[in-house]
Design a protein. Structure first.
Length: 257
């Protein structure tokens, strides 16, 4: 089967570009399942029911989130009602809405998707993603298992990739909005990339107008971040996975213009 994992979708401009490119890409490449990180899909940060609906209607099967998962209160009930939008599993179950994993029934096989968040450079460290994923894997029964690790440090993401090598089908990183050049199949058969990248404006800093981020770094004063318009790209990684073994056959990073 072919699995497409899409990097952080930024604001309305990123959502619109995904809708323009994804349907044809799915058809032309025979993609079976699409996962995208949508934690920045609402204008002004976070995820909103409207932006989540837009991504699902554009051909996304599962939406993963991250450190902005709960920025919009409007999404709280949506996370409870829709099992295919998931927040990091290592958030406290007792205080945060939603769930940390889901399972897609594809008929011939099932696809389990797990969302995690890293602790390195995280202002509010959560449960250890390594121990958390062990617990989820003990409970999850699926033929193919995919993990989105939403984290800052490349070392933490790569360590998790090797930790899960041979135990899951694919691990893809999100959060930095910059696609890394290490798409590969790890030694025991897990497809991997440190960061899938971003879906949004090319001439930007994480989707934001560079003039704004420069001012923020230079002047050290609060400033409102605004998305910039212009040419967009959709950064993603395509994994081909053996349905019988759950092992990855190939991993290919792509930048769709």
């Amino acid at each position: 089967m072919k699995l497409l994992c899409i990097g952080d979708v930024v604001a309305g401009i990123g959502c619109e570009f995904l809708r323009k490119r994804l349907p044809a890409l799915k058809k032309n490449m025979g993609i079976d399942v699409v996962i995208c990180n949508g934690e920045n899909s609402a204008d002004g940060n976070g995820v909103h029911p409207t932006s989540a609906d837009f991504l699902f209607q554009s051909g996304v099967d599962v939406i993963t989130l991250g450190n902005h998962a709960f920025r919009r209160r409007e999404i709280y009930s949506y996370l409870e009602d829709n099992e295919f939008i998931i927040r990091p599993a290592n958030y406290p179950k007792s205080t945060t809405p939603g769930r940390g994993y889901c399972i897609l029934d594809m008929g011939r096989y099932t696809v389990g998707v797990i969302n995690l968040i890293g602790n390195v450079f995280n202002s509010a460290p959560l449960d250890c993603p390594f121990y958390t994923v062990d617990g989820v894997l003990d409970d999850m029964k699926a033929d193919i298992i995919v993990v989105d690790i939403h984290a800052e440090a490349t070392s933490e993401k790569r360590s998790l990739g090797f930790y899960l090598d041979g135990r899951v089908s694919a691990v893809f990183g999100t959060h930095t909005h910059v696609q890394t050049a290490d798409a590969q199949v790890l030694p025991k058969g897990t497809g991997y990339i440190t960061d899938a990248g971003m879906t949004g404006p090319c001439q930007s800093v994480l989707g934001v107008d560079p003039a704004i981020t420069i001012t923020s770094f230079r002047d050290k004063l609060p400033i409102r971040f605004e998305p910039i318009k212009g040419e967009c790209s959709m950064d993603c990684v395509l994994f081909e996975i053996d349905e019988k073994t759950g092992k990855a056959i190939s991993a290919e990073s792509m930048c769709i213009r």
